[in-house]
Design a protein around this ligand. Structure first.
Ligand SMILES: C[S@@+](CC[C@H](N)C(=O)[O-])C[C@H]1O[C@@H](n2cnc3c(N)ncnc32)[C@H](O)[C@@H]1O
Length: 239
């Protein structure tokens, strides 16, 4: 009973920080127009991410890309709601200090989430193999770091070995060709299966001169096969 009350209190604290962030923005931003709105994952998408992780009963989550922490706070809320004995949230972002003046990590601390989260200030291509070597096993990962094809591909390469068989990998900005193409490799060749309707597609303006509104998927949730397998190289499917 006391534990449940404590969980509700901790969750209320996270919710309050999430609400303030969504309504008033972060304590500071980079000097770009509408930087917060452009960079951060919108609140309703964060809610969908939170609900998915809760329904999965996630206890350990790896996240790539902290920035303004909208997604990190939602992941933290999910972990606190699931309330396992040892929740763990490992966040990787080499530029949190340099580019974001620690705005995201400060929000995580004010929500009390530094008790379950750790931040690695290294590129994911260095941090993820390190976590693998340490033997970390995660239930899920959220990927919103570098959007370059080769860096997303490498993130997914290592996360596939860190996230347990049957676990989840959620990728942001799946509408971007660089991201989508990297994800396609794993779907076509390694048995990753999209979880339909986890993130309903929405109508957003398309970048470019016409600014036409087109439905597009922002986040995509994929389930890893269980058991995991390594395909013969002769069975390569172009992606
Ligand atoms: C789109 S932002 C993430 C937004 C965040 N999910 C939010 O809701 O505010 C992308 C982040 O990826 C980070 N990043 C860029 N290259 C990276 C890399 N190689 N490894 C890890 N993170 C990286 C950037 O510093 C930035 O914080």
């Amino acid at each position: 009973m006391a534990g449940t009350v404590k969980m509700h209190e901790r969750r209320a604290r996270v919710c309050a920080v999430r609400r303030r962030l969504a309504q008033g923005g972060p304590p500071r931003t980079r000097n770009f127009e509408a930087d917060f709105e452009t960079v951060t994952v919108p609140e309703r998408v964060c809610d969908q991410l939170r609900d998915l992780l809760i329904s999965e009963g996630a206890q350990t989550v790896v996240e790539v890309g902290l920035a303004y922490a909208s997604s990190a706070l939602a992941i933290g809320e999910a972990l606190i709601t699931v309330d396992p004995p040892s929740p763990r949230h490992v966040i990787v972002d080499p530029f949190q200090e340099r580019d974001w003046s620690n705005a995201g990590w400060e929000l995580m601390c004010s929500a009390g989430l530094d008790s379950i989260a750790s931040l690695m200030l290294t590129p994911s291509s260095i941090a993820l193999p390190q976590l693998l070597t340490e033997g970390l096993v995660a239930d899920a990962a959220f990927v919103d770091g570098s959007h370059r094809f080769h860096e997303v591909f490498v993130d997914l390469y290592f996360l596939r070995k860190i996230v347990r068989p049957g676990g989840l990998i959620v990728i942001d900005d799946d509408w971007a060709p660089s991201v989508r193409t990297a994800v396609h490799y794993y779907e076509q060749n390694l048995g990753w299966a999209e979880i339909p309707d986890a993130f309903p597609s929405e109508t957003v303006p398309t970048a470019g001169t016409s600014r036409r509104a087109e439905p597009r998927t922002r986040c995509k949730a994929l389930r890893l096969p269980d058991p995991s397998f390594e395909p013969p190289f002769e069975e390569f499917h172009a992606f």
